[in-house]
Design a protein. Structure first.
Length: 442
């Protein structure tokens, strides 16, 4: 939807354009009288504005509204101003209300496609937790584990590397079997000495390829490395793209968890690397767990998580690490471990019903907001045109009637779709409650 700042810019732009065109036309009259026959021959070539809701949605946003959303700098604003000014200036003075309405819609119609799609995608049929489980996304999780020399250090509860391995085993043992995981380690070769920097910074290796969790194989993978060298976080994030094996699409959720006790030490840029993989076709969410990291290191790791669209968590002990991993992983598998007793008690059914009500209200409110904002913009344009003497007698009322009719058509369309989907939702809710009651009596 059009942003409010752009809306205000649009209104200001229109006032300037209409006023400027009026002033210029007045000035030109003193210099040279325009040939009325030539003016009548000017081509008025704008598509007929749709009057039904489906047609309005299909026509999409007007040319100027679409451009307003795409503006990035003042040079673009000035270019749009000049284009609009030239177009308004060439409008014939004898246009009918229908013709001017076609022009306004072609230029300033608002987009309705997004909320219309939301109605299309709305599912009014209740599904039990087990049924929804079958429809959930394929989740792929890649762990990037710091194996630099500092991970041999102690914290409350033991050696950092030992605690990290133990926590991973504990958490992964509770994952849904359909979730696939991979483990990449970095900094596990060479040493922390300067002479070994290149070897260590080049060390980033997948020790457990993307697959479902197998405790025995995973345990063997954990034995392949120990704390050793430097910290190539950026390189590991870049290489992690290969770990997902091209898994993309709306039915896939890709997540990275970086576990590190320090900042990048191999001259890479982990923030840029996290941003790159997050914005790639893989659409990876990058979360970072800082293990006993100082305040300076936390800043870089926080920025890395933010650039990757994820969360940063700071831990300083065995208990912290276990709790944090459990918390983060639970986000990746939410909805999988539904408590069946909740469903039997009707909690799940009622929660679904309330969520459906809320979703439908939000979609309808979006429609209303778009239609009324659009109407406000169009009527402001008509007012300015009339104030500058651009409208013939009777045209103002005709235009405002057409604009009001458009708003009413779209709001009625949204009300009807909302009410119809709500009726189906209520019927499904009632059916689910009745089936639940039968099971209780069995």
């Amino acid at each position: 939807m059009l942003r409010s700042t752009r809306l205000h810019m649009l209104l200001c732009l229109l006032v300037l354009v209409i006023t400027a065109c009026s002033n210029e036309s007045n000035g030109e009259q003193t210099k040279e009288k325009e040939d009325p026959e030539e003016k009548l021959e000017q081509e008025f070539d704008y598509p007929e504005a749709a009057r039904d809701a489906e047609g309005i949605i299909e026509q999409g946003p007007g040319e100027i509204v679409q451009k307003i959303e795409d503006l990035e700098n003042i040079e673009d604003d000035e270019k749009l101003y000049k284009e609009l000014k030239a177009e308004v200036k060439t409008l014939p003075d004898d246009l009918s209300a229908d013709q001017l309405y076609d022009f306004l819609i072609a230029k300033f119609a608002f987009p309705y496609q997004e909320p219309a799609d939301a109605y299309d995608e709305f599912d009014p049929i209740y599904k039990s937790p087990s049924e929804r489980k079958e429809e959930e996304k394929q989740k792929n999780i890649v762990f990037l584990l710091d194996s630099s020399g500092s991970m041999a250090g102690q914290v409350n509860g033991g050696v950092k590397m030992d605690l990290a391995k133990s926590a991973l085993n504990r958490v992964l043992g509770n994952l849904d079997p359909k979730t696939k995981i991979a483990l990449r380690v970095y900094g596990h070769k060479g040493s922390s000495d300067d002479k070994d920097k290149k070897v260590s910074c080049d060390s980033s290796e997948t020790v457990y390829a993307l697959n479902s969790y197998d405790e025995g194989i995973f345990q063997d993978a954990l034995k392949e490395f120990k704390p050793s060298g430097w910290t190539p976080i950026a390189t590991s994030l870049q290489l992690a793209q290969d770990d997902f094996k091209g898994a993309t699409g709306d039915d896939v959720e890709n997540v990275i968890y970086v576990i590190s006790d320090g900042v990048e030490t191999c001259d890479g840029d982990p923030v840029a690397a996290a941003k790159e993989i997050h914005e790639s076709d893989l659409n990876v969410t990058v979360n970072v767990i800082g293990f006993n990291v100082d305040s300076k290191g936390q800043n870089q790791l926080k920025d890395t998580a933010a650039a990757g669209g994820g969360k940063y968590k700071d831990v300083n002990s065995k208990a912290d690490l276990n709790n944090t991993l459990n918390e983060l992983i639970s986000d990746a598998k939410k909805g999988i471990d539904k408590d069946i007793s909740d469903a039997k008690a009707g909690i799940d059914i009622n929660t679904w019903y309330m969520d459906q009500n809320s979703r439908l209200k939000k979609i309808h409110d979006t429609f209303i907001d778009i239609s009324r904002t659009e109407s406000e913009v169009l009527e402001n344009i008509v007012f300015e045109l009339d104030d500058e003497g651009k409208l013939k007698d009777g045209i103002y009322t005709g235009l405002t009637d057409l604009i009001d009719e458009r708003m009413e058509v779209m709001e009625e369309y949204s009300r009807e779709r909302k009410d119809s989907l709500m009726d189906e939702t209520e019927a499904s809710h009632k059916k689910a409650r009745e089936e639940l009651e039968k099971k209780r009596q069995e």
